[in-house]
Design a protein around this ligand. Structure first.
Ligand SMILES: NC(=O)c1ccc[n+]([C@@H]2O[C@H](COP(=O)([O-])OP(=O)(O)OC[C@H]3O[C@@H](n4cnc5c(N)ncnc54)[C@H](O)[C@@H]3O)[C@@H](O)[C@H]2O)c1
Length: 336
């Protein structure tokens, strides 16, 4: 395929990133946009010089379209994945695959039956820090992993923005659950989760969760996930510390090796995720979209399979269940 002709559905924070990157990427042609907020979609369409289509089904039915980025809020992923499979359009799905385990398994089956390419945007797979950890651990540099600590904390502004539409483990936790299994090459076999709900109680969601992890190899881990960091703090505090029989690997994402002080705030500008350099976006998100375009255009292998994305949702769901029931939950290895 000479050019991948693509559209973006859901034109919020992530959708606008996808649009901008596609617009700048060689071998990709932006064809259309769609958002449930029609007037906003028209405005974005004009800005990018593409058609704003008023219904999702109409967009998926477009003959000239090869692929779609689905960037709506999490609870709409399922219905849109169904349309993509019905009309045979390849999909770059923002994480998580779905928020419900039944819906996630349905999507895996529909993707297999329809033969479309579906890649879920688990951004850590393109984060050079996590990629280096993956290389080091998989090359045996730290020996056999024995114990690990992972963390992902976001700002209260982010927790509040979601208003309880999804929980912290589905929104943030899926990133690290996937990264932990990918980097270690091990499988989580049991989780035991506790949660606290205080600042976000009014939205019926937890502020943070802590999970102990047991792995198939016998290794153990602890995972901390939350979204109530003070807003004047960094937007993200993430870690992956793995201790092995012959060494240690530490990924720490907080200080980006740059700090900016103003009269009212000190902060760490993003240096990895989506960085504008000389008028174009570089960084993790760009690499992610490039992998998808390569897979669609030339059949390159996806860095993450839809089954692996399913597993992240499945384990997050088991963690939520463990917190509700107050006991450990075993993790199976069966796939849909
Ligand atoms: N990869 C990452 O690191 C990362 C970071 C943040 C968010 N996300 C994911 O990206 C997705 C979008 O998040 P966001 O922060 O951009 O959200 P957002 O609220 O900023 O934007 C969502 C947009 O989708 C539109 N929308 C909602 N339902 C729709 C529907 N059924 N059809 C068409 N348009 C619809 C809304 O009007 C809005 O414009 C979510 O799934 C989220 O979990 C991923």
């Amino acid at each position: 395929m000479e050019k991948m002709r693509t559209a973006v559905i859901g034109l919020g924070v992530m959708g606008r990133q996808h649009l901008r990157i596609y617009k700048e990427m060689e071998g990709v042609e932006l064809v259309a946009v769609h958002d449930i907020n029609e007037s906003y979609a028209r405005q974005v369409g004009e800005e990018y010089g593409v058609q704003a289509v008023s219904s999702a089904e109409q967009l998926f039915a477009m003959e000239e379209l090869d692929a779609v980025s689905i960037c709506t809020s999490d609870e709409h992923h399922y219905a849109l994945a169904k349309l993509a499979c019905k009309y045979g359009k390849h999909v770059l799905m923002e994480k998580p695959l779905a928020t419900d385990i039944g819906q996630a398994s349905d999507i895996v089956r529909m993707v297999r039956d329809s033969g479309i390419v579906m890649m879920v945007g688990h951004t850590l797979r393109w984060d050079p820090r996590y990629y280096r950890a993956y290389e080091a651990v998989r090359a045996g540099s730290i020996g056999a992993p024995l114990h690990l600590f992972a963390r992902r904390l976001n700002s209260y502004a982010n927790g509040k923005r979601i208003q309880g539409r999804t929980g912290v483990l589905m929104f943030l936790g899926v990133h690290d659950i996937d990264a932990i299994e990918w980097v270690t090459g091990d499988r989580i076999v049991e989780v035991y989760t506790v949660e606290v709900s205080n600042r976000l109680k009014e939205y019926g969601t937890s502020d943070a969760s802590l999970s102990t992890l047991k792995f198939a190899s016998g290794a153990v881990g602890l995972y901390e996930c939350g979204w109530v960091l003070p807003d004047h703090y960094s937007e993200i505090d993430a870690k992956l510390d793995i201790v092995g029989t012959a060494g240690v690997v530490n990924v720490h994402v907080l200080d980006q090796n740059i700090k900016v002080h103003t009269d009212t705030r000190e902060h760490y500008p993003d240096t990895a995720y989506g960085v504008e350099l000389y008028g174009r976006i570089s960084g993790i998100m760009r690499e992610e979209l490039a992998s998808f375009a390569q897979a669609v255009r030339s059949g390159a292998k996806l860095p993450i399979s839809v089954e692996e994305a399913y597993r992240a949702v499945y384990i997050a769901d088991c963690m939520e269940r463990s917190a509700r029931e107050g006991k450990p939950v075993s993790i199976g290895s069966e796939l849909p």
